[in-house]
Design a protein around this ligand. Structure first.
Ligand SMILES: Cc1cc2nc3c(=O)[nH]c(=O)nc-3n(C[C@H](O)[C@H](O)[C@H](O)COP(=O)(O)O)c2cc1C
Length: 172
């Protein structure tokens, strides 16, 4: 299979990680992949906070009820809607940042890394935790936190393709 499709199908949420640290060059590659994503009117209304500090990661684990994962790194994908100067483009910040997040997940898979997306926005309590831990200003909103590390669990590739959800020409 071609390597791009292979990475898309084999990307799975990894919730158990080894102690091996993620090389900074690999984290940098993930951010390059993130910022290659398409955005409305190419406004790129995003900010990324890379967290490798064990104390901050411990805060995430303890304070995010669905985010208790032992990865050695996390990338917080944030939206800064005001960077979209066009008012219509500004409405699309969630899609823009989601595209960047998905690029991170697929690029990580291709580098032999595991990831899991932890949803933050629009749950106010989760947003508060992340703002507090990484010191975000009011105009920057954390969309999600992506744990990154070397997998300590194996999961199979799959597509989840469901023919009944596909409609040609007209919804049926
Ligand atoms: C918006 C969003 C929020 C998610 N939040 C969490 C989360 O808080 N904790 C978690 O362990 N997984 C979370 N996930 C991962 C999903 O549970 C996972 O993608 C889904 O079960 C499918 O499994 P797969 O990623 O292995 O294909 C989230 C995924 C998305 C897209």
């Amino acid at each position: 299979m071609n390597p791009t499709l292979e990475s898309i199908f084999s990307r799975r949420s990894i919730r158990k990680y080894t102690d091996r640290l993620v090389e900074p060059e690999k984290l940098d590659l993930l951010l390059q992949a993130a910022m290659a994503a398409p955005t409305a009117m190419n406004c790129k209304p995003w900010q990324f906070v890379v967290v490798t500090d064990p104390g901050k990661l411990a805060h995430f684990r303890r304070r995010l009820i669905f985010g208790n994962r032992n990865a050695p790194a996390a990338i917080v994908v944030c939206g800064e809607p005001r960077l979209s100067l066009n008012p219509t483009a500004r409405l699309f910040w969630v899609q823009d940042c989601s595209n960047a997040a998905e690029n991170i997940l697929i690029a990580a898979t291709s580098l032999g890394l595991g990831t899991v997306w932890v949803g933050i926005h629009p749950v106010a309590a989760f947003v508060r935790v992340v703002r507090d831990v990484v010191g975000l200003p009011r105009h920057v909103t954390p969309l999600c936190l992506i744990y990154v590390g070397y997998p300590a669990e194996a999961k199979s590739s799959r597509t989840q393709y469901d023919k009944s959800r596909v409609h040609w020409q007209k919804y049926k």
